[in-house]
Write a protein that binds this ligand. Structure first.
Ligand code: PRX
Length: 683
């Protein structure tokens, strides 16, 4: 049945009305005496959405009571709890010890031997899943391919043999610089099969970014493709590799997949065509039993806060966590068609496009291109045609969909959807409600998942059959995660008091170090609070213990003595019906210490004007309080973002303060957005 607005029913009578926001202007909070120790939280959202009954009744965890029982068990009997989770997977040799913790260095499942590729593939092909779709792929121009678990297993073994034939050995690093094609998954799984660590570099990054990441991780071989499709044009990946290669002395071989057919230069002896190499190797390559702490991958963080860090993850802990969190948070079923829209070039692509779904034996969908190609309804078209049941995307994408208008999703039958997810940044309540209503038809729970490249997997999120959700809150920590919001001195914040988000106990998928820089690892994450992991995020917990992430602490501004999370002011701006997106930063101000500058993108049919600026300032004043009113509003048609969708506030801060940019911009997606801002050009 086509899910139209008219047929959208609230699935529970207890559910709050999405129209009636009980968001309070928390002027009182903002006006309270500033506490140097903590962060002032100004937005309060109290709509509550219980899990739909039809979802809960068949979910793995059906109620908050069950969730609390699990959480208690994980805290009181970690040995038993984690053994149960880890033993759902195959271990070539059982571990001796669950955790060895010499802060800040952790080892999990000590002494155990296992293999990621074995657990993603061999385990399934031994049974009925051999003929089940593992990957459904759609290219931007429209081609489609389905790889069953059996076929994927075969391709991965062959590519593992290609890597071996080119001298890659267990413990080596392989760079992967590709787009969203099944071969990027094949390459990752082949690495894990033979014990090579992969270092995936997002295909939108420059040759310089690739060079630095290859050199920093000592990569020996790069897997790439001639070019990738994005918004109807070719992204010339092989050309970028060629530009990087003269300064990558460690890289001896480049394997090139033919994707678009564009002519590329092939360097004899160094460059090899994927298809030719695959022809000459055997289809059998046994998965190597590897130590639980064997390197799994390096991933360089997005760089929205300065020089990229090589986040280092190991096998056993990541595998168990990806398996467990996919199962718990998405409550996956064998008949699910699961689509996470992230690119494999960032951590969500690793954990929730490839590993989590394949470990759980479900069907994962990969789409190559842009959401608005050829039309802004491409995602909804994909959901309708492939009967996608779980859809996981980023708030920045949701805001873009809102901007393009609900006519696009309305054209399609989205009735196959049963669960929606978000990741990557705080989602403003307006976008949450739009997502829930317009995409979910009011029937799908939303899992707002908080985590980081460093955490390797989801940490704070609702369990969709158990946790009532509140728009804008990632809700509660997963069983096994001991998160808290603390003051500078380490004492826990009171309910609704903003502070610093920490994790008080190690967890399996935590980063092991910053590659080659233990000191930076120690300093960045472990020096603020002894023995606790500092996330770098500001947050508050409400009276129900729900976590509200306020964004990076670097994005907290101090205005006239109040430390305000810029995400909250942005959320208030976006709640105005003319605004599509906004980013708020501070610039030094003689009088107030800091002045707030709001960069605002309007919905496509709205026109910027001085009057609108004033209206928006007053809107924030009314919603939050006078204190949070932006001193300056600048309209822009685009904000500078990383390719993973994060607004690069660091650049906006520079523009707002100095009118120019001097910092690292290698991770920026669209330079023209920046150029226009720098020139002070407004829409
Ligand atoms: O600030 C938090 C924000 O994204 C940061 C992690 O970014 P990255 O390492 O690129 O990983 C993104 C994919 C997990 C966090 O420190 N963040 C991520 N998810 C959320 C979020 N902020 C609020 N709510 C979320 N659900």
């Amino acid at each position: 049945m086509k899910k139209t607005q008219a047929s959208q029913k609230q699935s529970s009578s207890k559910q709050a009305s999405p129209k009636k926001s009980s968001r309070k202007a928390a002027a009182a909070t903002a006006a309270a005496a500033p506490d140097e120790q903590s962060i002032t939280s100004v937005l309060h959202e109290s709509r509550l959405f219980p899990p739909p009954e039809q979802f809960s009744s068949v979910a793995r965890v059906k109620s908050l009571r069950e969730y609390k029982k699990l959480r208690k068990r994980a805290e009181e009997d970690p040995e038993g709890f984690w053994s149960d989770v880890a033993n759902e997977l195959h271990w070539h040799k059982p571990w001796r010890k669950l955790l060895q913790w010499k802060a800040p260095f952790a080892k999990w499942f000590v002494g155990g031997k296992t293999n990621m590729s074995y657990n993603c593939l061999d385990r399934h092909v031994e049974g009925w899943r051999k003929t089940k779709a593992a990957i459904i792929w759609e290219g931007e121009p429209g081609e489609q391919r389905t790889l069953t678990y059996g076929q994927l297993h075969h391709e991965v073994q062959k590519f593992a043999n290609v890597l071996l034939s080119l001298g890659v050995r267990s413990g080596d690093t392989v760079g992967i610089y590709m787009g969203m094609v099944p071969e990027s998954a094949i390459a990752m799984l082949a690495c894990t099969r033979i014990g090579a660590a992969h270092n995936v570099v997002f295909g939108g990054f420059s040759a310089e970014a690739l060079r630095d990441r290859m050199n920093d991780s000592n990569a020996k071989l790069i897997v790439t493709q001639d070019a990738a499709w994005r918004r109807g044009t070719e992204v010339k990946l092989k050309d970028a590799v060629d530009r990087a290669m003269p300064e990558c002395p460690m890289v001896k071989h480049v394997v090139v997949l033919r994707r678009t057919g564009t002519p590329v230069a092939m360097h004899p002896g160094r460059d090899h065509w994927w298809d030719q190499m695959m022809e000459s190797v055997s289809g059998r390559c046994a998965a190597v039993p590897l130590d639980s702490e064997h390197p799994l991958y390096f991933l360089y963080t997005s760089g929205s806060t300065g020089k990229p860090k090589g986040i280092f993850h190991t096998l056993g802990g990541s595998m168990v966590w990806n398996h467990y969190t996919t199962r718990m948070v998405f409550d996956v079923r064998d008949d699910d068609i699961y689509w996470c829209t992230a690119d494999i070039g960032w951590v969500t692509g690793h954990s929730y496009v490839i590993y989590g779904p394949l470990l759980n034996g479900i069907t994962t969908l990969m789409y190559e291109g842009a959401p608005n190609w050829p039309e802004p309804d491409r995602f909804w078209d994909i959901i309708e045609r492939h009967r996608v049941s779980i859809f996981y995307t980023a708030p920045t994408a949701i805001r873009a969909f809102m901007r393009w208008g609900e006519g696009h999703p309305r054209k399609h039958d989205l009735g196959s959807l049963r669960l929606l997810g978000t990741v990557g940044e705080p989602i403003n309540p307006e976008a949450w409600i739009w997502y829930q209503q317009t995409i979910g038809g009011g029937n799908c729970p939303i899992v707002d998942t908080w985590w980081q490249t460093e955490t390797g997997g989801i940490m704070i999120a609702p369990l969709p059959g158990a946790t009532p959700t509140k728009p804008g809150s990632a809700t509660l920590p997963l069983p096994g995660i001991m998160a808290d919001v603390v003051r500078k001195d380490g004492t826990s914040c009171k309910p609704d008091e903003g502070g610093f988000l920490v994790v008080k106990h190690p967890w399996p998928a935590m980063l092991r170090t910053i590659f080659g820089d233990d000191e930076r690892y120690r300093k960045t994450y472990w020096s603020n609070y002894k023995g606790w992991y500092f996330t770098g995020d500001g947050a508050r917990r409400d009276r129900d213990g729900y976590f509200w992430i306020m964004g990076r602490v670097d994005d907290v501004v101090n205005v006239a003595g109040h430390r305000l999370g810029t995400a909250e002011i942005e959320s208030s701006l976006v709640s105005h019906h003319d605004v599509a997106e906004s980013a708020v930063v501070a610039r030094p101000d003689e009088l107030k210490g800091n002045a707030l500058v709001a960069f605002v993108t309007l919905k496509s049919d709205k026109t910027p004007s001085d009057q609108l600026k004033e209206t928006l300032r007053n809107h924030v004043g009314k919603e939050i309080g006078h204190i949070a009113k932006p001193d300056e509003i600048r309209f822009t048609d685009a904000l500078p973002k990383t390719r993973s969708g994060k607004i690069m506030r660091r650049l906006l801060r520079e523009i707002a303060s100095t009118g120019t940019i001097s910092g690292d911009v290698t991770t920026l997606e669209d330079f023209s957005a920046l150029e226009r801002l720098r020139d002070g050009e407004e829409e």
